[in-house]
Ligand binder design. Structure first.
Ligand SMILES: N[C@@H](CCC(=O)N[C@@H](CS)C(=O)NCC(=O)O)C(=O)O
Length: 209
C-alpha cells in the first residue's frame, strides 16, 4: 500500500484521494501537520525536498505535485485508460485542463484567499477579478460538454472538482457560471470519493470562520 502524506482540507490532496478511489488504490494515509512544521523536518525533506503535500510514496518511489500523482495512479493502477486516455488529442485536452487548473484557476484562489485567511490581509479586488476571469474561461470550456475534457470523466474533472469545491466553501458564487454550475452539480454525483472531498472541504472552511 502506498504511503500518502496529506491533510484532509488541502485541495490538491483531495484530488489525489478522489483519483485513488476512482482507480481502487488504497492509500496508507499519513497526516502531516503543516502548522507544526512537520513538512520541514529532515525525515520528510528526504522524501520531498520541496516539502509539499500531497506526497505519495509507492513502494519506495516518491512523487509530489497532485496532478502528476493523479496521472501516475491512473497509468499504474487504472484497469482502463478512461480517466487518462492514451489518445494523444484527448490526453492533450486533459493536460490543458490540468495546467489551467494549477496555473490559472487554483492560482487565482491562492492569490485572493490565502492572504486574507493566513495573513489577515484585506481583500484585493484585482485578485478577485482574476478568479472571475478564470471561472469565465472554465465556463467557456464547458460549453456544450458534460465533462471537463470531453464526454466522460477524467482526471481533469477530478482536479477541477477539488478546486471548485474549495471555492464553494470559501463562499464564491459558482451559480453565476451556468455551465460550470451544471458540470459541478453532475460531478458531485459521479466523482468517486466526492463525500470524502466534501468532508475535507468542510475542514478547510474552518479557516474562513
Ligand atoms: N501544486 C502543488 C501544490 C502543493 C501545495 O502547495 N501544498 C500545500 C498544502 S495545500 C503545502 O504543502 N504547503 C507547504 C509548503 O509549501 O511548504 C500540488 O498540486 O500538489
Amino acid at each position: 500500500m502506498a504511503d500518502f502524506y496529506y491533510l484532509p482540507g488541502s485541495s490538491p490532496c483531495r484530488s489525489v484521494i478522489m483519483t485513488a478511489k476512482a482507480v481502487g488504490v488504497e492509500l496508507n494515509k499519513k497526516l502531516l501537520n503543516l502548522r507544526a512544521g512537520e513538512h520541514l523536518k529532515p525525515e520528510f525533506l528526504k522524501i520531498n525536498p520541496q516539502h509539499t503535500i500531497p506526497t505519495l510514496v509507492d513502494n519506495g518511489f516518491a512523487l509530489w505535485e497532485s496532478r502528476a500523482i493523479q496521472v501516475y495512479l491512473v497509468e499504474k493502477y487504472g484497469k482502463t485508460d478512461s480517466l487518462y486516455p492514451k489518445c494523444p488529442k484527448k490526453r492533450a485536452v486533459i493536460n490543458q485542463r490540468l495546467y489551467f487548473d494549477m496555473g490559472t484557476l487554483y492560482q487565482s484562489f491562492a492569490n485572493y484567499y490565502y492572504p486574507q485567511v493566513f495573513a489577515k490581509a484585506p481583500a484585493d479586488p484585482e485578485a478577485f477579478k482574476k478568479i472571475e476571469s478564470a471561472f469565465e474561461f472554465l465556463n467557456t470550456f464547458l460549453e456544450g460538454q458534460e465533462y471537463a475534457a470531453g464526454d466522460s470523466l477524467t482526471v481533469a474533472d477530478i482536479a477541477l472538482v477539488a478546486s471548485v469545491s474549495t471555492f464553494e466553501v470559501a463562499g464564491f458564487e459558482i451559480s453565476k457560471y451556468a455551465n460550470v454550475n451544471k458540470w459541478y452539480e453532475n460531478a458531485k454525483k459521479v466523482t468517486p470519493g466526492w463525500e470524502e472531498n466534501w468532508a475535507g472541504c468542510l475542514e478547510f472552511k474552518k479557516f474562513f470562520e
